[in-house]
Design a protein around this ligand. Structure first.
Ligand SMILES: [Zn+2]
Ligand SMILES: [Zn+2]
Length: 343
C-alpha cells in the first residue's frame, strides 16, 4: 500500500508510492563513464588560466609560490552585486530590495576530471575549511542575513562549468523557506524544550534503518519523508546551529563522511547529477539552541511534474529504508584518485 509521510521539520507531506516502487538500482543512470581529461586548455578554472577569472578572493595554500589546491573567486556572472546597497522599498504590496549580495565560486581543485567523490578526504577537508572561512567572513557583514553554500554537479543539477566547483551566495534577506524552517524549529523548542534535530538524530541512530554511515562526529541518513529518491542528510552529532562553528577535528570528519557518501552515490547510481547544500542558521545564530545545521545531498534522478508543481507534494517511488540499505552496501573505496572517468 502507498503511504503518506510528513517531514518532521518542514511539515510537508510526501507520497511514498510503494505500488510504483522501484528497486534503488533501477534509478541508476546507466551512463557510460565519460573520459574527461585532467586539464582542458579553454577551461577558466584549470591551472594556468587564472587570468581568465576575476581576481582571486582566497587561495589555499595561501603561499603564492606553492601550487593552489583550492581557490575562491567572485562569480563572473554573479546573481547579486556586492557593490549595491541593500536599500528597501515598499509600494502597495510590491516590496523590493536593491540587489546586494555576494556570489562566489570555490574551485574545488586543479584537476578538471576529479569531482569531490574522487578526491582524497584530506583535500575535501581543505575545501570545507575554505567554505568555513568565507562563511564566517561574509557572515560578519551586517548587510548579509543568509548564506547558502552549495554544489551543482552535472548539467541537470544546474552546473554550467564542468570543472568541479562549489558556490556561495550571501543574501540581504532570509529566504521564506529558511524562515519557515527556523520558525518550526523554534516552535518545537518552545513546546518540548529540546532541539528537534538532536532528538531526531538520536532516535534515527537507535532505529538504524535509515542510517547510511556514521562517524565519530557525523551521521548520514536517508530522510524519513524524503520528497525525492536518495535525499540524504548529514547531521553533526554535537548540537551546533551554525556551520561556522565546526571545529578542526569535525571538519576532517565531515570531509570523510561527505566524500564517502558522494562516492557511494557515484558508484551505486552511476554518477548521477546531484546538488548538495549546507543548511545553516543565519550568521548570528551561532548560539541558538533550537536550530541545528546539516548538509542536504539530493541526487537528481527524477523530474518535477504537474502534481508536484500544483500541490507542492512529491511522489517518491523509492522507500527511504531501501535507499539506505542500498547505499550501505555500495563499496566505494576504490573511487579516490580514479580520475578520468568522471563528468
Ligand atoms: Zn578545468
Ligand atoms: Zn541540536
Amino acid at each position: 500500500m502507498p503511504e503518506l509521510r510528513q517531514n518532521f521539520f518542514t511539515k510537508e507531506w510526501v507520497i511514498i508510492a510503494t505500488e510504483r516502487a522501484k528497486r534503488p538500482e533501477e534509478l541508476a543512470t546507466h551512463r557510460e563513464p565519460e573520459a574527461v581529461p585532467s586539464f582542458v586548455e579553454g577551461c577558466a578554472f584549470c591551472p594556468g588560466n587564472e587570468d581568465k577569472c576575476p581576481d582571486e578572493l582566497l587561495r589555499f595554500p595561501a603561499n603564492p609560490a606553492e601550487p593552489w589546491a583550492v581557490r575562491v573567486i567572485p562569480n563572473k556572472f554573479a546573481a547579486l552585486d556586492s557593490k549595491a546597497q541593500p536599500s528597501r522599498s515598499l509600494q502597495h504590496f510590491r516590496r523590493r530590495v536593491e540587489g546586494f549580495g555576494f556570489h562566489e565560486v570555490i574551485i574545488d581543485g586543479p584537476d578538471h576530471a576529479r569531482c569531490m567523490a574522487m578526491l582524497p578526504d584530506a583535500h575535501v577537508a581543505n575545501i570545507l575549511r575554505v567554505y568555513k572561512e568565507r562563511y564566517n567572513l561574509l557572515g560578519m557583514d551586517r548587510r548579509v542575513n543568509h548564506i547558502t553554500i552549495f554544489k551543482n554537479h552535472g548539467v541537470s543539477a544546474g552546473a554550467s562549468m564542468q570543472h568541479p566547483h562549489s558556490q556561495l551566495i550571501a543574501t540581504p534577506v532570509i529566504p521564506s523557506q529558511v524562515r519557515h524552517r527556523l520558525h518550526e524549529a523554534l516552535r518545537h523548542y518552545d513546546d518540548v524544550g529540546e532541539c528537534m534535530f538532536c532528538h531526531m538524530v538520536e532516535r534515527e541512530i537507535q532505529d538504524k534503518t535509515r542510517i547510511v554511515l556514521k562517524s565519530r562526529s557525523f551521521v548520514a541518513m536517508e530522510v524519513y519523508a524524503s520528497a525525492t529518491p536518495f535525499a540524504t542528510h548529514i547531521f553533526p552529532l554535537r548540537h551546533m546551529a551554525s556551520f561556522g562553528d565546526i571545529s578542526t577535528a569535525e571538519t576532517v570528519d565531515l570531509a570523510h563522511t561527505l566524500r564517502t557518501l558522494l562516492a557511494k552515490i557515484h558508484v551505486g547510481l552511476e554518477n548521477p547529477d546531484l546538488n548538495f547544500t549546507i543548511r545553516s542558521g543565519p550568521s548570528d545564530y551561532a548560539s541558538a539552541r533550537h536550530f541545528h545545521w546539516y548538509v542536504s545531498v539530493i541526487p537528481r534522478l527524477t523530474r518535477m511534474a504537474g502534481f508536484e508543481l500544483g500541490s507542492g507534494m512529491f511522489i517518491n517511488t523509492v522507500l527511504p529504508e531501501a535507499a539506505a540499505e542500498f547505499l550501505r552496501n555500495v563499496r566505494a573505496e576504490k573511487t579516490v584518485g580514479a580520475g578520468g572517468a568522471d563528468s
